[in-house]
Design a protein around this ligand. Structure first.
Ligand code: HEM
Length: 503
């Protein structure tokens, strides 16, 4: 019986590999060069492009940098498993992508493809993305009012996660700890006490948000025509929605009932994500299953990204420890006057600069993934045209490390942005940036700083991310001493267009 099962599995695997290889071959033949745009050096030709498309999964950065080294304002074709994608290099190209109208370059289709969100998040979140309006509006507006909740949860979360009771040193693995603290703090804002302290729920929060990224990547290993079959099988969405219903379905039910009866203006209506969503949701989106789906969507985009930003900032802090004392002094000085408030965070210029620099240096290879949905394709100002139906993105890491954009661009300089402000205040009005430091806050996007994208689709959650990450770092600076246990910063984990700090 046991032998028979092993044989069955081996046969299945064999047929699986053969079918996928055929699918790769056929897709690549069908998607042969459709435009005059050059391939990234060393990736043209059927065999080489196929090999490089596999290498792109783990060596995307290196392949992209070949394009950058050839033309710092170039547009290139990038070989992917089943097709050619396109890559725009340089800040002028970023602006052109950011300014393209939605009927030419679609962000929704881009995000759908990047996360396979039809399968991983749910179709409704893609076709009616009203949560974006909620994040940009009510959530961001309420950050100041809700800050005491955020601050309170940060204190308790660090206490519980680090379990440091005496003066001892303790070895802590950063990313898992960051995930726990971020999941808990975000949950305090989204669904509040007591759920945000339920260990089982927090683990679910982390696992379900990880599922979106990892299973989305897995689905992308299959060609387009197979995804409707394998997508639902590989996605954990349905299972996660069922589990979420057990955790907070009754709460959503109750809230819907009260809102339907009294509108949004009843006594003690909680100031949380459920209320913010219900104030905007219309029609079938006002049902418990779809509100649950939407909460999971917001949770997925919020938890992993902010935990990665915090992890990178902590790695940079222990790698460049000369930043610790000045920032600690700044946090103490500002808090002594303004207390722990969101406004106080806004006056911690060194801290803000440090996190922005950390994001600049640790940026992933690409950003702003868009699908060309105009039948005429998308044409850059110099006439280069990307064909209809293909995907284009901006090379993020190269724009961040281009010496034309930053002095000593490849060096980590935590106070490069706050120093501009200090120099200006000291009367030096002639530095390279002039008064641009006003646009150099952690949340400010620019064509040469695209961690949150740029333009009308720039990340709407960046204000929450900045509030959380800075409040967490500030808390750590004044309450803990930190140092690295090795000399070498761990190598990032790369997977196609994504990069994550090594846990
Ligand atoms: C450090 C943390 C974060 C980073 C680095 C980040 C980065 C990004 C990037 C690069 C985009 C795509 C922009 C584009 O394609 O032009 C994006 C979109 C988005 N982000 Fe974030 N994000 C972060 C945190 C958050 C948080 C906390 C939330 C939710 C509260 C959030 C919600 C979203 C949503 C809903 C979109 C889609 C926007 C659209 O389609 O117009 N993000 N984010």
């Amino acid at each position: 019986m046991h032998t028979l099962k092993a044989t069955d599995n081996a046969t299945l695997l064999f047929y699986g590999v053969v079918s996928i290889s055929w699918a790769v071959l056929i897709s690549r033949l069908l998607h042969r060069r459709k435009s005059t745009i050059p391939a990234i050096p060393g990736t043209s030709g059927f065999i080489r492009s196929t090999v490089e498309s596999v290498r792109f999964i783990f060596h995307g950065r290196e392949i992209i940098s070949r394009g950058y080294n050839q033309d710092r304002n170039g547009v290139f074709r990038v070989a992917r498993l089943f097709c050619w994608d396109y890559l725009a290099i340089g800040k002028q190209r970023v602006l052109e992508l950011a300014n393209a109208p939605e009927h030419v370059l679609s962000v929704d289709h881009g995000i759908e493809d990047a996360f396979q969100s039809d399968y991983t998040l749910g179709r409704e979140s893609c076709i009616r993305p009203y949560h974006i309006e909620v994040i940009r509006g009510a959530m961001t507006r309420n950050l100041g009012r809700c800050f005491p909740r955020i601050r309170d949860e940060i204190i308790h979360a660090f206490d519980d996660v680090l379990e440091l009771h005496n003066e001892e040193w303790k070895l802590v693995q950063i990313m898992p700890a960051a995930l726990k603290v971020v999941a808990r703090t975000s949950s305090r804002l989204f669904l509040d006490l007591p759920l945000c302290r339920d260990p089982e729920y927090l683990q679910f929060c982390i696992d379900s948000s990880t599922d979106v990224f990892t299973r989305g990547e897995l689905i992308k290993f299959f060609p387009q025509f197979l995804r409707p079959i394998v997508g639902p099988l590989l996605s954990a969405r349905k299972r996660n929605e069922r589990r979420a219903a057990k955790f907070f379905g009754a709460m959503v039910d109750e809230r819907l009932k009260l809102d339907n009866e009294y509108g949004t203006d009843w006594l003690d209506r909680p100031n949380d994500l459920v209320s913010w969503l219900l104030a905007v949701a219309q029609g079938e989106d006002r049902t418990t299953p779809l509100v649950i789906q939407r909460i999971l969507t917001v949770n997925s985009v919020a938890v992993q990204t902010s935990a990665m930003a915090l992890t990178n900032a902590l790695y940079d802090l222990v790698t460049y420890p000369e930043h610790i004392l000045p920032m600690r002094e700044e946090v103490k000085r500002v808090v002594a006057v303004q207390g722990w408030t969101k406004a106080a965070l806004g006056n911690m210029f060194k801290l803000d600069s440090f996190v922005r620099e950390s994001q600049r240096i640790n940026a992933g290879p690409v950003v702003m993934l868009r699908k060309v949905i105009s039948k005429d394709g998308f044409t850059f100002s110099d006439g280069k045209t990307i064909p209809y139906g293909s995907f284009v993105s901006a090379a993020m890491a190269t724009v961040h490390q281009d010496p034309a954009n930053y002095d000593n661009a490849d060096l980590f300089d935590g106070f490069r942005f706050s120093r501009l402000r200090e120099e200006y205040q000291d009367g030096d009005h002639h530095n390279r940036e002039g008064t641009h430091f006003f646009n150099r806050h952690m949340v400010s996007t620019a064509p040469d700083h695209v961690v949150f994208g740029h333009g009308q689709h720039a990340c709407p959650g960046r204000f929450l991310a900045a509030t959380e990450v800075k409040a967490m770092l500030a808390h750590m600076l004044v309450n803990y001493d930190m140092m690295a246990d090795t000399d070498k910063r761990p190598q990032e984990l790369a997977l196609s267009e994504f990069a994550a700090p090594n846990p």
